[in-house]
Design a protein around this ligand. Structure first.
Ligand code: ADP
Length: 297
């Protein structure tokens, strides 16, 4: 395993228990960490990149103990935080060179070459003389990826990469990430957008209210939703009633009424028809079930 997390807990100073007994084995490849806002994703990412200490638990990164080998771990790690910012006084290539120096690339010749190659790879070579804060939104994102990958890290941690990107940019971002990260790197992609995970990650974990509620492949998660996603035809005035009984995924106008799509183990009292779920449905199913379990506690 590239990364092993054992019994990890984080309790903030205000008493907020943001991570509860997290246990995860993360292999190389693209690993998706999916969860709604407030689930604890950023907290987990910040612990993994050694920016924050856990309250208890054990984290191993490529054989290094996070408590004892923070410096070594930082050396093999690239991090693209949620709110990545530049220093206004740097030109694009200067910024990347600065990031490379910070990651310990001391040999000027090797560094210069790596910077040029990376600029080429992320499509910023032609704008390398432009001040970083004058780049377009998409270019800034690419520079963010470039700074995280400049020292060929073994572990790449990307926090909510797609915030503020339109669907096309999201696809380009993911493709670029897999293209420039190398074959045997471990990439952890944290997101609340199901589509980010389904198209790129071979393994994933679902985080909800500080707990891991699922680990496996997106296909495994999908299986859980099979036979649980329904299409119900109703009249307009039944909408509120359905909404109060079942988690509604979509409401589509249909003739004089509506077609409502819901996730549920069974439907009682309505004319309902099963259909094939996608990962988004599975996600809703998982979240709802977990919430129901909590309600019964
Ligand atoms: P996510 O990244 O999934 O949105 P976070 O890790 O940011 O979730 O937050 C998890 C929980 O911890 C939330 O309830 C959030 O309000 C809380 N939290 C995050 N940072 C702090 C902090 N510095 N102090 C206290 N509570 C925090």
């Amino acid at each position: 395993m590239s990364i092993t997390i054992k019994d990890l807990n984080k309790v903030y100073a205000n008493g907020r228990h943001a991570l509860k007994d997290i246990n995860l084995d993360i292999p190389s490849g693209m690993f998706g960490l999916l969860g709604p806002n407030g689930a604890g994703k950023s907290t987990l990412m910040r612990i993994l990149v050694a920016l924050m200490e856990p309250t208890s638990g054990q984290v191993d990164v490529y054989g290094y103990d996070l408590k004892k080998h923070r410096k070594e771990i930082r050396g093999i790690l690239g991090y693209l935080p949620q709110d990545f910012r530049f220093f206004a006084q740097y030109k694009t290539y200067e910024f990347l060179d600065y990031a490379a120096r910070l990651s310990g690339m001391n040999n000027t010749k090797i560094r210069k070459r790596a910077v040029d190659d990376m600029l080429e790879n992320v499509g910023l070579f032609d704008v390398r003389e432009r001040y970083a804060n004058k780049l377009s939104g998409g270019m800034k994102r690419r520079l963010g990826i470039a700074q995280a990958l400049i020292h060929s890290p073994k572990v790449i941690i990307v926090d909510e990469p797609t915030t503020g990107l339109d669907p096309e940019e999201r696809i380009r971002f993911r493709n670029l990430l897999s293209k420039v990260s190398g074959d045997d790197a471990t990439i952890i992609l944290s997101t609340h957008i199901v589509g980010d995970i389904s198209s790129t990650c071979n393994r994933m974990a679902l985080l909800n209210q500080g707990e891991v509620s699922f680990v496996g492949s997106p296909q495994d998660m999908l299986k859980h939703a099979e036979g649980k996603v329904w299409r119900i035809k109703i009249l307009g005035d039944q909408l509120a009633e359905i909404d109060s009984k079942y988690p509604v995924i979509a409401t589509i106008p249909s003739g004089t009424g509506w077609e409502v799509q819901v996730v549920a183990d069974e439907i009682v009292g309505y004319d309902a028809e099963l259909f094939a779920p996608n990962l988004e449905h599975a996600y809703v199913y998982y979240m709802e079930n977990k919430l129901n379990l909590w309600t019964n506690d």
